[in-house]
Structure formats: structure tokens, C-alpha cells
Design a protein around this ligand. Structure first.
Ligand code: NAP
Length: 336
């Protein structure tokens, strides 16, 4: 089979929302292997809301993208050729492969991780990848849900939120998800065992949180910020934990973003609000993967992916995150 390599370059900083013109598809030669390197054929690439910050040079926890860089991103694929005994031909690997069809690496310059045989490539980029790590450490290390406690998760129909909410349920908490649209809300309750879901696009979120959480929130896992964060802050139980995972509602706002009006309730409720960056937990990823694999094997934990097909679909996949077009993890299948 004749193989054809392409990259997608970051070609222009977004003015407002991300658009296809921010990227450029280029034909490049197939990589040749140096000593100790492997050739990976990429099968899936993942998109994340944080990419918007990298494109705007606003991501101060990681170096910003420069114009002309290959777009950064997590991927998974198969080792086609290998000169490295750690990654023999035929195994499946994941890592920060970038928006490329084929990648040559020694496995360290682009750190590769072998995907467990029991896991699918989509799962490796979702519940066993950065998404699962974020949900695991954010919910369990910072949120610390207890049996019988009440946990609210925003962005619950997306990748991180859907896993974080299930981990709280597995810990014995009562879990309420906030998501946009009936389909996502139905999936949270019927598919994932959330106790209730609030459709923030068609329901009065303030009223519904009051009804569903009359004793207040013990944990609020925030993926969105903005008005929904303010509703949560207004409904905290004593000693509540607010986990600041992300704030997608602000990622397209230019200029000064208003802060939460209700922050002072943290004082009245003796509560704590804490942000985190998942990369700080890298040394503990193996621990999380082991636990998540057990939950997957037992059937207690489920995952879902929304997959677009075709390398050139990557910009559209990224834009989907901002319009809520994804249920679970948004992926793009390539070379399949
Ligand atoms: N702290 C960390 O280390 C870390 C690591 C990874 C991700 N994150 C953050 O975690 C959050 C979730 O990331 P993800 O990869 O799992 O993405 P995701 O939840 O799969 O996708 C984003 C979702 O956000 C929702 N959304 C978009 N615009 C919104 C708005 N204005 N208001 C409310 N909801 C909105 C959409 O769902 P609806 O249909 O419900 O609107 C969309 O499906 C992001 O904020 C991301 O930056 C943080």
C-alpha cells in the first residue's frame, strides 16, 4: 500500500472563535527511521478545549504554539516499523503525536506509552488518557467525594465530566450532571448512572440546583466557569470543595472576563476552591490507569467517543467542543 504523509500546521492565531483558516494541511515526505526509532501510523487523534489557549499564546502552563508549528495533540496508533526493542512492530501506542499521519520517534522525544492489550485506541485517548487522568486526580484528589455526599459536575456530557461524575458515583456519592441538551442529559442518567441531570440550555439551572441539592453541594467539579460556577458557589454545603478543572465558557471571551460574583460564599461555608493541572500528576498516571482499568473491567465505568472520520476533519472536531457537538470524547479517526 502506498502511504502518504501529511501534517496540519497551526497557521494563524484565532480572532475570536477557532475557524478552519487557523490551520493548513501540508503534504510531507514519509519519515525515515534513525537508529533506535519507531514509525507510528496514527489511527486516532484527540482534540481538547485547551488547544484554544495554546493557539492564543494564553496557555501559561505550557509553551504557546508558534505559527507554522505542527498542531499539538494526543494521538494513538500502531507501530509499523521498529528499531527499538521497547516498542516492537505491531504494538499500539499513544502519546503527544501531533496532527500528523505518520510519526518517527525514539519514544522519548515524543514520549510513547504502550496501550494495554485489553484497551481500545479510543479508550486510550479518553478514559485511559489525559481525559481519564484529569477526571481521576481532579475528582478524587481534590474533590474527595464521600459516600452519601452530593456532587455536581458541569460539562458532564463531555469527556472529562462524564468520567469525573462516574468516579464520584463509584465513590458512593449522589451525582448530578449539568450538560447541554436532552440527549446528553438522558445519557448521563440512563447510560452512566448519574442521579439526575440538568439541561442548562433549556432549564433554569439556579432553580434546578436548588431543587436537586437542597442540602447544598459537597463537591462541585467545574469544567465551564461563568454563570454555572456562580450558581454552584451560591449553593455550597459547609466545607465544600470546588474543583477548578476548566472554564470553557470563557475561552472565547476577549478582554476582561468577569470573576465569580458569589465567591464570598466560600467564606461563609468555610469552603475551598482549588485549581489543578493534570500534567503535575504525571508520575502517578500508572496508579490511575490501574484503577480505571479495574473499573472498566468490572463494567462500573463507561466511556463514549464522538468520532469524525478523515485527517482534514481535525479543525472541525476542535470547533465541535465549543458548540457542544461532542458526547463523551471528541476524536478523529485517520488512516483507517
Ligand atoms: N485542569 C486540567 O489539567 C485540564 C485537563 C484537561 C481538560 N481540562 C478542562 O476540562 C474541561 C473539559 O475538557 P474536555 O476535553 O473534557 O472537553 P469536553 O467536555 O469533551 O468538551 C467541551 C464541552 O464543553 C461544553 N461547552 C462548550 N461551551 C460551553 C459554554 N459556553 N458553557 C457551558 N458548557 C460549554 C460543551 O458541552 P455542552 O453541550 O454541555 O455545552 C462541550 O461538549 C475544559 O474546560 C478543559 O479545558 C482541564
Amino acid at each position: 500500500m502506498k502511504r502518504h504523509n501529511q501534517h496540519i500546521l497551526f497557521s494563524a492565531r484565532p480572532q475570536g472563535e477557532i475557524e478552519p483558516a487557523n490551520f493548513k494541511v501540508v503534504d510531507v515526505p514519509m519519515p525515515t527511521l534513525d537508529t533506535g526509532e519507531v514509525l507510528v501510523e496514527v489511527r486516532y487523534l484527540a482534540v481538547e478545549p485547551a488547544m484554544k489557549g495554546w493557539m492564543e499564546a494564553r496557555a501559561d502552563y505550557i509553551a504557546p504554539l508558534q505559527i507554522g508549528d505542527v498542531m499539538r495533540g494526543q494521538g494513538a496508533g500502531v507501530v509499523l516499523k521498529s528499531d527499538n526493542p521497547k516498542f516492537p512492530a505491531g504494538i499500539m501506542v499513544s502519546g503527544p503525536l501531533g496532527w500528523r499521519r505518520y510519526v518517527a520517534t525514539d519514544g522519548r522525544s515524543i514520549p510513547l506509552r504502550e496501550i494495554p492489550q485489553s484497551a481500545s485506541l479510543p479508550a486510550a485517548l479518553n478514559v485511559l488518557g489525559i481525559t481519564g487522568m484529569t477526571a481521576y486526580f481532579g475528582m478524587l484528589d481534590i474533590g474527595k467525594p464521600q459516600a452519601g455526599s452530593t456532587v455536581l459536575v458541569s460539562g458532564a456530557g463531555g469527556a472529562t465530566g462524564s468520567v469525573a461524575g462516574q468516579l464520584a458515583r463509584i465513590a458512593g456519592a449522589r451525582v448530578i450532571g449539568i450538560a447541554g441538551g436532552k440527549e446528553k442529559c438522558d445519557w448521563l442518567v440512563s447510560g452512566l448512572g448519574f442521579d439526575a441531570a440538568i439541561d442548562y440550555k433549556s432549564e433554569d439551572t439556579t432553580q434546578r440546583v436548588l431543587e436537586l441539592c437542597p442540602d447544598g453541594l459537597d463537591v462541585y467539579f467545574d469544567n465551564v466557569g461563568g454563570d454555572i460556577l456562580d450558581v454552584a458557589l451560591n449553593n455550597l454545603a459547609d466545607r465544600a470543595r470546588v474543583v477548578l478543572c476548566g472554564g470553557i465558557s470563557r475561552y472565547n471571551v476577549s478582554g476582561t472576563v468577569p470573576g465569580p460574583v458569589n465567591y464570598f460564599n466560600l467564606v461563609y461555608r468555610r469552603a475551598r476552591m482549588e485549581g489543578f493541572i493534570v500534567l503535575d500528576y504525571a508520575k502517578r498516571f500508572p496508579e490511575a490507569i490501574e484503577v480505571l482499568l479495574q473499573h472498566l473491567d468490572s463494567g462500573e465505568l463507561r466511556h463514549r467517543e464522538t468520532v469524525l472520520h478523515g485527517f482534514e476533519q481535525l479543525p472541525q472536531a476542535l470547533m465541535n467542543l465549543f458548540s457542544g457537538g461532542n458526547i463523551g470524547k471528541q476524536l478523529v479517526a485517520i488512516n483507517t
